[in-house]
Design a protein. Structure first.
Length: 217
């Protein structure tokens, strides 16, 4: 049986802050990928940590990502990097530099699977519900970081999931606030529904009908 390891790397949006474990996109992948690709032994690792930015991500990349010898790494940072809080704020320059460092180290890693290197899939951070009473970050600030993600993905020829754009477009026909918890930043179960849909759609482009990874997106 083919073994494919997926590592979800990021902050609280990856970890699943404020929701049950079964709501996270990693738990849903664990449940549904074996049904879609039964000839593959899927191993899913959630390496999201609440409050982390790309700076901490670089520091723990070896331990929390590369040590699992992944085939696919989903990377979602940015909500904290764009924060107004001094302890978490990372400049756009540092954010881009950290993302580049992650991708370069992932692409250098030999996972002994037949591919040249693990596939890094970048995810843009989602917009937020802009409020005066919880000025953690703003959609305008997050959008700049989302654009950096897309630029970096193009530079390194990585697949990119534009979750920022997806939620904005859905918010035009649905209740935008319903995608988030009360703080306006962390995803609600409904928000995780859409994140999972985006990730699963991207995965179907990375594998053939037998679940074998392809070299290109």
């Amino acid at each position: 049986m083919i073994q494919t390891t997926i590592v979800a790397f990021g902050d609280s949006l990856t970890f699943g802050y404020g929701v049950s474990r079964s709501i996270t996109y990693t738990s849903r992948l664990e449940a549904f990928l074996p049904q879609c690709y039964p000839c593959v032994n899927w191993k899913i690792q959630n390496s999201g940590v609440n409050g982390h930015t790309t700076r901490e991500g670089v520091e723990r990349l070896e331990k929390d990502v590369l040590s699992y010898h992944p085939n696919i790494v989903f990377i979602l940072f940015g909500s904290n990097d764009s924060s107004f809080l001094e302890a978490q704020y990372r400049t756009p320059y540092e954010y881009e530099k950290n993302l580049c460092t992650m991708i370069e180290q992932i692409q250098k890693h030999h996972n002994h699977t037949g591919l040249h290197h693990p596939i890094a899939v970048l995810i843009t951070p989602p917009p937020v519900v802009d409020t005066d009473f919880y000025p953690f970050t703003t959609t305008e600030r997050v959008e700049k970081y989302a654009q950096i993600v897309k630029n970096v993905a193009k530079q390194y020829d990585c697949p990119v999931i534009d979750f920022f754009k997806a939620l904005q477009e859905l918010g035009q026909t649905d209740s935008f606030e319903s995608f988030f918890q009360q703080d306006g930043i962390h995803l609600s179960p409904k928000g995780y529904d859409h994140l999972y849909d985006c990730i699963f759609s991207a995965l179907t482009l990375l594998v053939d009908k037998n679940g074998i990874l392809k070299e290109t997106f």
